[in-house]
Ligand binder design. Structure first.
Ligand code: P1T
Length: 384
């Protein structure tokens, strides 16, 4: 316990490897064991070693939740079966008649969850471009209970001022949440900037190897934890022990991966910017990005995600993504391997025809940690 506390004051890289991950008591196993069990024996009714049933709690999950809380600088973390299961649990904090203000550029599935599932529970939704603070102020009402940010946003990579928007949310008496999936806690710490909750699709950078689906919510304060832990157990969107173990293993190398992702993405963005067939490059690390200065203040580096448009519109975009080889044409992001996609036709197809739809010709790349020369050569041949 004392050692655990000491480690919690340690730096990010050390916490990623040790928080929640003391050698196991019985055998000294250095890697957290996968407690692949659904239930736990009790000595007498209610007399147990802290675990009863794996939906309510499992030691491998506790290790992951402790680690993620430490990385985000929160008092607690809760792990879920997917990013959307985490979002769903947060949405379950709301009641009929409540109102949510959401960034107008979020993962398509997040928008769909509020617009097409929780609308039936009587929860109203206002999408707003959160770079416009006056627009956020106008959007909040007495009924606003939740202000949902993403930064950088998916897929337009808008940078939202987390401190300023959290303040607006708090003045309205609403919870300020940041989906921190794109930045990760290594690059950006929403709780330190004033948000109440940080949310992750751990499927992405935290897992880091495109081999697991998961989610998490991290926050401060016993009351919010109690309400969310209740939903986690009552609704049951929990990850299995092996999935928790995979995410935990990924988290150990998050810092070194994010440094390389950021370095590679900047080099690819700079190269794309000079290419005659590329009409627009969106990357917060470029001085040309309108949110560059804010990103410099709010983030440690600029991350591995970039978006761009090519001459020839949607058809040219679809031709390009079918031709790349180092960049695999696939949904998702944040793994060691580079991925490329056309959001409106793929990850954001659920928002086609709505006012939050991305441009049809937009290409999104998740820049991996292969050698940057190979990535650039691949894009060069695909752009032809
Ligand atoms: O896929 P899942 O683990 O349920 O996470 C949903 C989610 C939440 N938040 C953000 C910012 C996301 O990007 C995602 C999932 N996104 C993709 C699958 C994608 O390719 O954009």
């Amino acid at each position: 316990m004392a050692r655990e506390r000491k480690r919690h004051n340690a730096s990010f890289e050390t916490l990623a490897i040790h928080a929640g991950q003391d050698p196991e008591g019985l055998t000294g196993a250095v890697a957290v064991p996968i407690f692949q069990t659904s239930t736990f024996a009790q000595e007498a009714v209610g007399k147990h070693k802290g675990y009863e049933y794996s939906r309510s709690g499992n030691p491998t999950r506790t290790a992951l939740e402790t680690c993620l809380a430490a990385l985000e600088g929160g008092q607690w973390g809760l792990a879920f079966a997917s990013g959307l299961a985490a979002s769903d649990a947060v949405a379950h904090l709301l009641s009929s008649g409540d109102h949510v203000v959401i960034a107008d550029d979020v993962y398509g599935g997040t928008y769909r969850l509020f617009a097409r599932v929780f609308d039936r529970a009587g929860i109203a939704l206002s999408p707003v471009d959160m770079r416009d603070h006056a627009a956020v102020r106008r959007a909040v009402t007495k009924k606003t209970r939740l202000v949902w940010m993403e930064s950088p946003t998916n897929p337009m990579l808008k940078i939202v001022d987390i401190a300023a928007i959290s303040e607006i949310a708090h003045k309205a008496g609403a919870i300020a949440l940041v989906d921190n999936t794109f930045a990760t806690p290594f690059l950006q710490r929403p709780l330190a900037l004033g948000a109440d909750l940080a949310l992750h699709s751990t499927t992405k950078y935290i897992g880091g190897h495109s081999d697991v689906v998961g989610g998490a919510v991290i926050g401060n304060g016993a009351e919010l934890r109690e309400r969310l832990a209740f939903v986690q157990n009552a609704a049951g969107g929990v990850p299995g022990p092996f999935d928790c173990w995979l995410v935990l293993r990924g988290a150990k190398t998050l810092a070194v991966r994010m440094e390389r992702h950021s370095q590679n993405a900047l080099a690819v963005a700079e190269w794309l910017q000079e290419h005659p067939k590329v009409s627009r490059v969106i990357y917060p690390g470029l001085a040309s990005h309108p949110g560059h200065d804010l990103a410099r203040r709010q983030m440690r580096e600029f991350g591995g995600m970039l978006s761009f448009e090519v001459q020839g519109g949607e058809a040219a975009a679809k031709r390009l993504v079918a031709k790349t080889k180092v960049f695999t044409l696939a949904e998702s992001l944040g793994g060691v391997e580079s991925l490329i996609e056309v959001p409106l036709a793929m990850t954001h197809a659920s928002v086609r025809g709505t006012k939050v739809a991305p441009p049809a010709a937009l290409v999104r790349a998740s820049v991996g940690i292969e050698h940057v020369d190979d990535m650039i050569a691949d894009l060069a041949q695909a752009l032809g």
